[in-house]
Structures are given as C-alpha cells and as structure tokens.
Write a protein that binds this ligand. Sequence first.
Ligand code: AMP
Ligand code: MN
Ligand code: MN
Length: 323
Amino acid sequence: MQEYNINNYLDGVKKIGMCGHIRPDGDCVGSCLGLYTYLKNNYSEIDVDLYLEPIADKFKFLKYSDEIINNADADKEYDLFIVLDCSAIDRIGEFAKYFNSASKTLCIDHHVSNTEFADVNIVYPDYSSASEVVFTLLDREISYDTACALYLGIIHDTGVLKYQSTSAQTMEIAGKLMSKGIPFTDIIDDTFYSKTYVQNQILGRALLESVLFYDGKCIFSVVKKDEFEFYNISSSDLDGIVEQLRITKGVECAIFLYETAPLEYKVSLRSKDLIDVSKIATYFGGGGHKRAAGFCAKGTVYDVINNISEQIELQFEKEQDNI
Ligand code: AMP
Ligand code: MN
Ligand code: MN
C-alpha cells in the first residue's frame, strides 16, 4: 500500500475540480465524497468543487452531498481536475469541459478497461473499488464522514464484501473504516438492500419476464421505456436487478438491458466464474471489470442479445478448448 500519495499532487494547487462517471453508482459517489471530505478536512486552503449528475436519495445522508454541483454551467478553470471511478473520458459527460481546461489532470480508478486518459493515472484493476484506491492514497486524518463515504463505495462495488474483487486488503480497509465508529449496518441496509415498493415491483417484473438461454447458462431481461413511465422510475431504481439474475442457479452470465431511447439500450453484464464480461463490453465500446461490465447498444433487443450471445459463445468455446 501507499505507493502513491494524494499529497504529492497538491503542490501549489489552489483550485481543484473533481467528478465521477455519469449515472453515479455507490462507488462513484463514495469515492468522490470520500476524497472531497478528506480534502476539505485536511487542506482547507484549497478550493474544491465536486461535480456529479444527480445522485440517488439514499446517498444523500453523506456529508457534503448537498454541495455537489449537478451541471457544468459555470466557467471555471482548475489547477487540478480529478476523475474518479471512470474508465474513459466519454464517461464524464458535460464535466469534460473542466477536465479539458485544467492545468493538470488525475484519474483514480480500478477498471481493467481504463484508457489512461489523464496526465497521471492511478489505476489498480485488482482493487475492489475506486473507494479502496482512494483510501490507499490518504496519509492524513480520515474523518468519520470520509470513512462513511469510502465504506459505502466499497460495500456497493463488492456486493457487501462478497464479489471476487474483494481481497484481504479490502477487508482490512473496511475494518479500519468501521473503527471510525460509522453506522455500518445502516449504510448496508439503507443504501444496498432496502428497496422502495416500486423498485420491488420492477425487480419482480424483470425476474418474471427473464429468459434463460444457452442451456440455462445465460439469462437476460429487459425494462422498456414505457415501464419507466408506468412506474415513474429512473435508472437508479433498477440497481440490483442484474445481480439477482446473476445468482440464478446454473447461470454463468447475466444480461440486463434497459431502454434509454427508441432502439437504444444500456446493457449490464455480470458473470460468475468463466466469462470475462469486460472483454465483451469493451468489444462493444463500453468497459468494466471481469465479472461486471456495461455498454450502450443500438438496435432491437433481439439484435443486442444475439450479438452479445456470439461473444459469450466464443469465450465458452475457448474455455472448452482449454479443458
Ligand atoms: P453497470 O452494469 O452499469 O453496473 O456497470 C458495471 C461496470 O461496468 C461498472 O464498473 C461500470 O463503470 C462499467 N460500465 C458500465 N457501462 C459502461 C460503459 N458504457 N462504458 C464503460 N464502462 C461501463
Ligand atoms: Mn462506478
Ligand atoms: Mn467502481
């Protein structure tokens, strides 16, 4: 640990801008607010602005979540712009404006598909989360608020410390964060497991309409635009559906699509042991990790599933050849 230190990048820096990826998830919010609170607590002489698309209500208990700026309307230039939990520059949306005009840029990430788009790229693909990477960069006081944010990020990207990306180091860091007296049970229950009534309804519907294929080794389900309107939900209400599909007995690879525009889908891929879904997502212009990845696809559901199936089959065939 501690190969890099955030302190090394702050010499002479007066204004910092930060952002995470579009449609921010738990790790994105946790790593951003974790570093934001750390900088505010320990470097009060530096001005820091944090940019994110609107975050889910369940994350708003985190300190300073009310200071997050949701748009890139202001004309600002930063000495340092930090991008977190983001594999490629096209994943920061309108905040690219601040990235492009900054004197120096830093990316803190854990995606195996990271394109090293910043001046300095601190990328550990074998770390569970960007929040874990952030923790290893800090050598000053970690406050209760920083601990809550980083713990939340780790919990979300590890599926509560269970995915294969969870290491002994992840558990040690989670332990250190818990020792700050954070309400870890509530963080897990309220932000990871708890669901609203409509979230449960849409989950139930997605499971009911899911389709097993490839001898039961793959499963997919789709949520269409009219269902968004019917249930009055947003994309963050679909969190957890692909995880539930993934744990279907006998399934190696789960695919979940939701319609973002006519003939346009956001695709989430998850696998258990064999399929490297980051390779498939990267092939289709997205990215991610070995067991969790995503991309945006155009076409009919039939086309999208067919195209993904071909790539899954290729990997299964390779696997077969290696036996
Ligand atoms: P998701 O299925 O959206 O939960 O994403 C799973 C993982 O894949 C996350 O680490 C995302 O950052 C990554 N990912 C999802 N969509 C994309 C995309 N369009 N481009 C690059 N990475 C993505
Ligand atoms: Mn993320
Ligand atoms: Mn992440």
